[in-house]
Design a protein around this ligand. Structure first.
Ligand code: IPE
Ligand code: IPE
Ligand code: MG
Length: 252
């Protein structure tokens, strides 16, 4: 019997197809500089620009960014309204550029809570970039993993009731097809900046087998080099998906 290869140093997963990021630490970044939290959010947008650019350069298929959680409404009203304004202004300023760069924009989350104007802007931004074939940029806004699973189940229930769906079993595929991320590959790499090590109700279903990477770097300081390091860490990990290590090594 030949010995199964055990050399983990040869692992190379290649680039992740889908990177999902919790962009955390804007407020602390500003406070460290004795500036209002708002300043940190503005600087955070600059970091987004760099990271989007890097992902497009590296031919990453999907980049998902957590911009505003379903729990973030609990923040002081001034911060919430400032974040809404920043979201609107960023869409207004950036969408043409995204479009020129062949980037497809997709916003996930409960959009009904946004102002009519913002909802319209979101629809138009998505339509404008819908046929682009480069990076898919997913912005999670008023998003929660609980919300996502709940709305999927609700959609399925509605379809069962109207007869559009007629099947006795609820399958994993069926649920997946009704999540807000339907049609996208699952995240391969999850990154959270800012030092906290929690999911904060981000893509709960979708992160089932994602590789996690936590960094103390505050989001406004997260640059191309920092992302490159996260990707290098990802590339060298053995993804077993329930198998044992030797099965994976003999496969490759
Ligand atoms: C993340 O940064 C951005 C949003 C949640 C909108 P934070 O605002 O949470 O920054 P910290 O965690 O307070 O430093
Ligand atoms: C998670 O960050 C949400 C976003 C980055 C948009 P938070 O800073 O809101 O998370 P918690 O509340 O510390 O878990
Ligand atoms: Mg935070």
């Amino acid at each position: 019997m030949s010995a199964a290869p055990t050399d983990l140093s040869t692992i190379d997963n290649g680039n992740p197809r889908h990177i999902a990021i919790i962009m955390d630490g804007n407020g602390r970044w500003a406070q460290k500089r004795f500036m209002p939290r708002v300043f940190g959010h503005q600087q955070g947008v600059k970091a987004v620009r760099n990271i989007v650019e890097y992902c497009a350069e590296q031919h990453i298929e999907v980049l998902s960014l957590f911009a505003f959680s379903s729990e973030n409404w609990r923040r002081p009203e001034t911060e919430v309204s400032m974040l809404m304004e920043l979201f609107m202004a960023t869409l207004q300023r950036e969408v043409d550029k995204l479009d020129k760069n062949n980037i497809r924009l997709k916003i996930i989350g409960d959009k009904t809570a946004f102002s009519e104007k913002l909802q319209q802007k979101i629809i138009h931004s998505e339509q404008q970039t819908a046929d682009n074939t480069g990076l898919t940029l997913v912005i999670a806004a008023n998003y929660g993993g609980h919300w996502d699973i709940t709305q999927a189940v609700q959609k399925i229930a509605d379809k069962l009731q109207t007869g559009e769906l007629n099947q006795p079993f609820i399958t994993e595929d069926l649920i997946e097809q009704h999540l807000s991320t339907a049609g996208l590959p699952e995240p391969d790499l999850f990154i959270r900046t800012g030092g906290e090590q929690r999911i904060s109700n981000f893509l709960l279903w979708q992160l089932a087998y994602t590789e996690f990477y936590f960094t103390p770097i505050l989001w406004p300081d997260f640059d191309k080099q920092a992302l490159k390091e996260a990707i290098i860490s990802f590339k060298g990990r053995q993804r077993r998906f329930g198998h044992i290590g030797e099965q994976i090594l003999t496969q490759s």
